[in-house]
Design a protein around this ligand. Structure first.
Ligand code: GLV
Length: 326
């Protein structure tokens, strides 16, 4: 029997391609060329599966143009690049990569919080620019992390990982807001207290965003929300671009409405709002929260396992819309 055809839409580990080739006829993009939607549709012709990352939009137009497509396996836990209702309507399975990146991403969230609160990037740029000629008492004085109040908006697995680090490692008072309240045992494990969004904004010394992007969470943090935060507060976004109104944040940072921000994700990335590039009190990283070698390998393995699991064995590991399996 001839092998089913799949498309790997972005460059990945050569071992992942080799593994997929054992099961499928694979068209890949190891040159990591930037494909338009038109290119993606053309390459998906005759393919039963797609290995995607968060950057390929799978929407009703793509689905209508690719009737043989049965599964899209995202190498990401977030899946806002999928129009999941449209996929379900066409009986196309979507999968993502939960769990394997939780601790690594929580580590990064905490690193970004520390770098932001303690002004690490700003002071490093100063030193590299040769501006450090003498020490002074208030040089790059930031805010304390230990013993402060950590606010978390979006309390899924990664949010809980950050909460545990804050509560157990840094003696922080952890508060959170989420669509639904955690079960008491989960709250106890990360010593976190549920509060309203308003109280979270008003009380947090450090606010970390870890909620999924959707029409409801678009600009969940804009000028109005920032105005409710403490002028000494820091804001960290490791969730998705679009959750923060980046233009409003840049203005607020310039006006010192809050002390600082740390951003790993941006509206319209890889473009970054030009005003964010010119304010000093923001740490900017290029969407790398899950980027350690072992975790990226685990994510690629899980995405490949989902394709093999579904197309070869009928059993995907982490389906997003399991109703299509019925
Ligand atoms: C990264 O942003 C992911 O969703 O895995």
């Amino acid at each position: 029997m001839s092998k089913q055809k799949i498309l790997v839409a972005r460059a990945v580990f050569p071992e992942t391609i080799a593994r997929l080739q054992q099961h499928f006829e694979v068209e890949h993009n190891q040159a990591d060329a930037a494909w338009s939607k038109h290119d993606l549709i053309a390459r998906l012709q005759g393919k039963a599966g797609a290995f995607t990352t968060g950057t390929e939009r799978i929407d009703a137009e793509v689905l209508a143009a690719c009737p043989e497509l049965k599964v899209c396996a995202n190498m990401a836990v977030g899946f806002n690049n999928f129009d999941l209702p449209a996929m379900t309507a066409r009986k196309v399975l979507g999968t993502n990569t939960p769990d394997v990146l939780t601790e690594t991403t929580a580590d990064f969230g905490f690193a970004l919080l520390m770098a932001t609160a303690r002004r690490i990037a700003e002071s490093e740029h100063y030193l590299r620019a040769g501006k450090w000629t003498k020490w002074s008492y208030d040089m790059f004085a930031g805010s304390d992390v230990h013993g402060s109040t950590l606010g978390i908006l979006g309390m899924g697995r990664i949010g809980q990982g950050i909460a545990r680090r804050g509560a157990h490692g840094f003696g922080m008072d952890v508060i959170y807001h989420n669509r639904s309240r955690l079960a008491p045992d989960l709250e106890a494990a990360c010593k976190a207290r549920y509060v309203s969004k308003e109280e979270l904004l008003k009380t947090a010394d450090h606010l970390v965003l870890v909620l999924p992007y959707s029409a409801e969470s678009h600009h969940a943090i804009g000028a109005k929300e920032i105005a409710q935060m403490k002028p000494t507060a820091t804001l960290v976004n490791i969730a998705r671009g679009g959750i923060v109104d980046d233009a409003a944040l840049a203005q607020a940072l310039r006006d010192k409405k809050i002390a600082a921000a740390g951003l790993d994700v941006f509206e319209g990335e890889p473009k970054v709002h030009p005003d964010l590039l010119t304010v000093p009190n923001v740490v900017l990283t290029p969407h790398i929260a899950s980027a350690t070698v072992p975790t990226r390998q685990a994510m690629a393995d899980l995405a490949a396992d989902n394709l093999i699991g579904f197309l070869v064995n009928g059993k995907p590991l982490t389906p997003l819309n399991p109703e299509v399996l019925k």
